[in-house]
Design a protein around this ligand. Structure first.
Ligand SMILES: C[S@@+](CC[C@H](N)C(=O)[O-])C[C@H]1O[C@@H](n2cnc3c(N)ncnc32)[C@H](O)[C@@H]1O
Length: 264
């Protein structure tokens, strides 16, 4: 197990970069995740690995640590109420409007962004829309661009979408799916830290900010949500995870239904 001193040092570094505070309850988890990185460097002891990390201050190694310590769990069509809401929104849209833009902030390995893209392609056709996915973890951004997933993450994906927008892997890719090239053409991924000023991404009709606020304390959560809604169009909607209410904040938001907000 990692020593308390090494744990404090590495989690302080992680907090500075990501804004996420890992409590001592996560000591075993942090030990397990850092052990893998230590082994890759031929170091048998996690405390020595942390010492090396802080001494060398190598930005590539720091990125690897941040990648390992973020929680990236996600799957296709998670929290289906948001996709139902989006489908109703698209149903109300008339023909000649500007491109419909959706942002998956904290997109992890990309399942959320591609689920949105499937719905948009189904309702609006192959053009006239765009999905942008961003995440702090460079490893996750790379995985999202690769667009190759274990089939079990698609349990909630409608069968028709699986057939239309995914290629089933064969041979060495058995048990995996690849998102079709056509769908990928309208989805792009880039790195962005929600704790810092955001890159110029334009404005969005819908922003998915789901299952990431839960890791932050109330002031950081409010600051992130405040920055994110700066990118929302006047008549746009913000979706948060169902465990992440923003109603207790002073942000200019009105609740529309659980985990759905519009600008006040
Ligand atoms: C549990 S996943 C959520 C994925 C997806 N939104 C969903 O609901 O299924 C949380 C993601 O937030 C990202 N994350 C954590 N801190 C972040 C930060 N400061 N800026 C941007 N992304 C961050 C992590 O890298 C991780 O991929």
């Amino acid at each position: 197990m990692i020593s308390q001193q090494a744990f404090d040092a590495v989690t302080a570094m992680f907090h500075r970069v990501s804004g996420i505070q890992l409590t001592t309850a996560k000591r075993a988890l942090v030990t397990g995740r850092l052990q893998k990185l230590a082994q890759a460097r031929g170091i048998g002891n996690v405390d020595r690995y942390v010492e090396m990390l802080l001494d060398e201050n190598d930005p590539d190694e720091l990125v690897r640590v941040v990648d390992k310590l973020t929680t990236n769990e996600t799957y296709f069509f998670r929290e289906p109420e948001h996709f139902e809401f989006l489908a109703r929104m698209l149903g109300r849209r008339s023909g000649s409007q500007p491109p419909f833009r959706v942002w998956s902030a904290a997109s992890s390995s990309g399942e959320e962004a591609y689920s949105i893209a499937m719905l948009l392609a189904d309702h609006l056709g192959p053009r006239g829309w765009e999905v942008v996915g961003t995440d702090l973890s460079t490893a996750m951004v790379d995985a999202a661009r690769r667009a190759l997933y274990p089939l079990e993450r698609a349990r909630q994906m409608p069968q028709a979408y699986l057939k239309r927008y995914c290629l089933r892997g064969m041979g060495e890719y058995e048990g995996q799916l690849l998102i079709s090239r056509d769908l990928r053409a309208n989805v792009r991924f880039t790195g962005a830290n929600l704790m810092e000023s955001l890159p110029d991404l334009g404005t969005f009709d819908v922003i998915f900010l789901r299952n990431v606020l839960i890791y932050f304390d109330p002031p950081a959560k409010e600051a992130i949500a405040g920055r994110v809604i700066g990118k929302l169009k006047r008549d746009g909607y913000l979706f948060t995870g169902h465990a992440e209410s923003l109603t207790a904040t002073r942000l200019p938001l009105r609740s529309v239904q659980p985990a759905v907000y519009e600008l006040a």
